[in-house]
Design a protein around this ligand. Structure first.
Ligand code: UDX
Length: 453
């Protein structure tokens, strides 16, 4: 089928590439000419495993093109995807200006019937606004063209987005038009083999499904972070508790990992936007607000552990910081826990030597060059001259360090593990003090030692 996608961010680029990979004829449109030029040279602007070769192969096969002029691409399409950003505006609501700008563009240039697909994460009611915007532009031109607007939210995880797109666990189609649903069924048929993953529903339920999914996952994380906090206070180990509850299929193993707080482009933004949306409808959001509050507190917790260890005085100390990205397998630092840790360390007068396998360039873009931050080319280089190690992102290569080497490298012999990568016994046997998240047993032992001294 002939598909046009507006927006070449994570969602648009991954979706367009995967649709091309299964044989569709895809045009991706972006108003950023530099980005379009880069993509046409084969440069993929984001780090996403498996994406670059797929873009290359489909460009070479002529099934995937990048343009900045929307006019021709609108004529090309049987289906037009809107996959532009919905950043939070000042009060946390999703800012729809880019979505509605695309709707206006479609309305101004549409000549033949089309199905418009809302892929961006948008507040409930946006499909109606998109429909009204396109209709108003058509009316202004005195033109009558049939079109449908379908809500079809994405569920891509950064770092695993190609896999999520090629092998979706569900495909949500929100529409009241049989023809539009049929068009999307044909489009997604290659991803929908062996069992039917498509769930058809009305537009508003589809829009809410996306927020509900992300808010539920964020809730699981904040819940576990709160349990971790309790575990620290009562001298329990949240990792044991996690294993104790995950085997209950009603709870499940996923998204119950305590850590340095959730980040990324979705959870923080979507929890706030859902809460905002609810309040506009006079609906209380006690739970969502608590999810957000717990996450804000959690992002400061790693630094609290550092402060606790040093009795509040870390001025002049040097910390090795492993991991900058908000999670592994991405170079994305949006809402990353590392940002809060860095700001807090700097405010307290500490220096940082940092290493991330992919996100250093992004960190340079955000923080620039500064005296209290050294960008290192390896995890070992980051340890040189460091007093302590802080782990913020659980990249695979940080999972099994040589603890004897860490013992030799870290002047103060202490590790703050924001992702519970290590076992306290393993670290402490190597003669290094260990702080994890919710690992009350080992944190208590440090407190006892301090009391005895
Ligand atoms: C998320 C959703 O998973 C995806 O379906 C949606 O389309 C977009 O938002 P993403 O933001 O890429 O995807 O990352 P995800 O893997 O969900 O992690 C989000 C954050 O939660 C990360 O900061 C991660 O470190 C944190 N997290 C995740 C935890 O702290 N604990 C967990 O158990 C899981």
């Amino acid at each position: 089928m002939r598909v046009t996608i507006f927006g070449t961010g994570y969602v648009g680029l991954v979706t367009g590439t995967c649709l091309a990979e299964v044989g569709h004829d895809v045009v991706c449109v972006d108003i950023d000419q530099a980005k379009v030029d880069a993509l046409n040279r084969g440069e993929v602007p984001i780090f996403e495993p498996g994406l670059a070769p797929l873009v290359q192969a489909n460009r070479d096969a002529g099934r995937l093109r990048f343009v900045s002029d929307p006019v021709e691409s609108i004529g090309h399409a049987e289906l037009i995807f809107i996959a532009v950003g919905t950043p939070p505006d000042e009060d946390g609501s999703a800012d729809l200006q880019y979505v509605l700008a695309v709707a206006r563009t479609i309305g101004r240039h549409l000549e033949a019937p089309v199905v418009v697909v809302d892929k961006s994460t948008v507040p409930v009611g946006t499909a109606d606004k998109v429909r009204a915007t396109i209709a108003a532009e058509l009316a202004a031109r005195g033109t009558l063209v049939e079109f449908e607007v379908v809500a079809n939210p994405e569920f891509l995880k950064e770092g695993d987005a190609v896999n999520d797109c090629m092998r979706p666990d569900r495909i949500i189609i929100g529409s009241s038009s049989d023809e539009a649903i049929d068009a999307l069924r044909r489009l997604y048929a290659p991803f929908n083999r062996n069992r039917d993953r498509i769930v058809e529903m009305d537009v508003r339920s589809a829009e809410l499904t996306k927020y509900a999914a992300n808010a539920m996952l964020a809730t699981k994380i904040s819940f576990m972070n709160e349990i971790a906090c309790i575990a620290e206070h009562v001298g329990a180990d949240v990792e044991m508790v996690r294993q104790g509850i995950g085997s209950d299929p009603r709870i499940g193993w996923h998204f119950i990992y305590p850590g340095a707080g959730y980040g990324g482009s979705c959870f923080p933004k979507d929890v706030q936007a859902l809460s905002r949306m609810a309040r506009q409808g006079n609906c209380d959001t006690h739970l969502l607000d608590a999810v957000e509050t717990v996450n804000q507190l959690q992002k400061g917790h790693l630094f609290e552990l550092v402060q606790r260890h040093y009795g509040g005085d870390i001025a002049g100390k040097t910390f090795a910081l492993w991991g900058l990205a908000f999670k592994p397998n991405t170079d994305d630092m949006r809402e990353a826990a590392s940002r809060r840790v860095l700001e807090q360390l700097w405010a307290a007068g500490a220096r940082v030597r940092t290493y991330d396998p992919e996100a250093s360039a992004e960190a340079r873009r955000i923080f620039g060059e500064r005296d209290d931050l050294v960008y290192c080319d390896s995890d070992h280089e980051a340890l040189k001259g460091a007093d302590a190690l802080i782990v913020v992102t659980e990249w695979k290569q940080f999972r099994s360090p040589d603890f004897a080497r860490l013992h030799a490298a870290l002047a103060d012999r202490v590790i703050f593990d924001g992702r519970n990568l290590y076992h306290p016994d393993q670290v402490e046997t190597a003669g290094i003090a260990y702080y994890g998240i919710g690992r009350g047993r080992s944190i208590r032992s440090h407190a006892t030692q301090a009391d005895e001294q």
